[in-house]
Design a protein around this ligand. Structure first.
Ligand code: PRP
Ligand code: URA
Length: 209
């Protein structure tokens, strides 16, 4: 599927299996989410623009590639997306961080916004939206709607687990957005939870119920 990239790397798959285990505690879960974000970010940033710069080594001066001055932003969808931010910042430490607060209405499962603060000149940045879970796709679509309304143009979306329903909805709403997904699970259940999934990512990252 165009603009959908499934991360089938063994390290990512192994760590996702550890996340799924209901016996994995908060501390380990949080570390795994961050580690997976590093591995996924490594893949997702493969197409960052490069430029040749002149560098003088102890031997001689040469032309050598570096990432060009592209401005970057990471935007977690609160709360669970916060768990992926430090992983991305490990790779691109100078990226600015925006926040979009959404929660799913327990009855309708549709997202409700409670917070949005994005870095300035969002239209000139490569915006990487992060959220471990893409279930119905409502939250991802709404977050990307906000970013585009505020001028965002070049957007990537990173999720650790996606449901087929969510990938389809996000693809249809925002076909220009590159979706990076750690694993595509089977389906959603009647409560719009991903099966087999890993439960409620926010609760497991923050140790709430
Ligand atoms: C979870 C998850 C996504 C959303 C995915 O957040 O982190 O943001 O659900 O579901 P969707 O694709 O059906 O919109 P939740 O609303 O539980 O909030 P939380 O991160 O604060 O726990
Ligand atoms: N949000 C989660 O945290 N888990 C799911 O399975 C679905 C939405």
């Amino acid at each position: 599927m165009e603009n959908v990239f499934i991360m089938d790397h063994p390290l990512i798959q192994h760590k996702i299996s550890m996340l799924r285990d209901y016996q994995t505690g908060t501390n380990e879960f949080r570390k795994l989410v961050e580690e997976i974000a590093v591995l996924m970010g490594y893949e997702a940033f493969r197409d960052l623009p490069m430029e040749e710069v002149e560098v003088t080594t102890p031997i001689e001066t040469c032309k050598t590639p570096m990432i060009s001055g592209k401005k970057l932003a990471v935007v977690p969808i609160l709360r669970a997306g916060l768990g992926m931010v430090n992983g991305i910042l490990t790779l691109v430490p100078s990226a600015k961080v925006g926040h979009i607060g959404l929660y799913r209405d327990p009855e309708t499962h549709e997202p409700r916004e409670y917070y949005c603060k994005l870095p300035e000149s969002i239209g000139q940045r490569l915006v990487t939206v992060v959220d471990p879970m893409l279930a119905t796709g409502g939250s991802a679509v709404a977050a990307i709607d906000f970013i585009k309304e505020r001028g965002g143009k070049q957007i990537k979306f990173l999720c650790i687990i996606g449901a087929p329903e969510g990938i389809k909805r996000l693809r249809e709403a925002h076909p220009d957005v590159q979706i990076y997904c750690g694993h595509v699970d089977r389906e959603l259940n009647a409560n719009a939870y991903i099966c087999p999934g890993l439960g409620d990512a926010g609760d497991r990252i923050f140790g709430t119920k």
